[in-house]
Ligand binder design. Sequence first.
Ligand SMILES: CC(C)(COP(=O)(O)OP(=O)(O)OC[C@H]1O[C@@H](n2cnc3c(N)ncnc32)[C@H](O)[C@@H]1OP(=O)(O)O)[C@@H](O)C(=O)NCCC(=O)NCCS
Length: 170
Amino acid sequence: METKTPKQSFTTVTDMVLPSETNPLNNLFGGELLARMDRAASIAARRHCRRIVVTASVNHVAFNRMVPLGSVVTIEAQVTRAFKTSMEVHMDVWTEDRESGERTKANEAIYSFVAVDDTGQPVQVPAIHPESEEEKNRYDGALRRKQLSLVLAGKMKASEATELRALFED
Ligand SMILES: CC(C)(COP(=O)(O)OP(=O)(O)OC[C@H]1O[C@@H](n2cnc3c(N)ncnc32)[C@H](O)[C@@H]1OP(=O)(O)O)[C@@H](O)C(=O)NCCC(=O)NCCS
């Protein structure tokens, strides 16, 4: 299977915030942003493996800034690491000033996806080769985040989470 780079999965999705997508403060509803990020991240995961992908977990979301009604929102998604059948996807969410066009980072998130066949059974994905320093840092942290996600989901014993243990032993 051909090794891919993170850039090959790079996905950008731009859309605006409509009244039906806001909370009582006229800011983007958190669940709407989660859904938009799920779509963007699943496209990135699909570009990496060219298979059907399903969301396995939402590992991290930071809603750092409110996103007001009418904002133009851009989600940038990229696979950070591929394991056997699963992939981690990192996302940055940007808003754009209407007049200057200047971009501000509003949120960040990390989701995990699993490639599956037509019957929903996990299938192998291509390996990934990080190139830039940022890509290498994200790649290095991905196993730790995967182990944390598996421990929280009750799919791995904490005593087996070697990367997590190493974090606390440093
Ligand atoms: C995700 C899913 C395919 C995993 O199935 P499973 O029976 O746990 O399969 P496996 O144990 O073989 O795990 C497959 C991969 O998923 C990973 N995985 C499973 N749960 C995970 C979690 N909570 N976080 C991160 N990775 C996870 C495993 O580590 C494994 O990765 P690897 O092969 O790269 O090492 C299955 O749980 C599923 O279909 N879930 C529903 C998905 C869905 O419908 N999503 C939309 C929600 S509305």
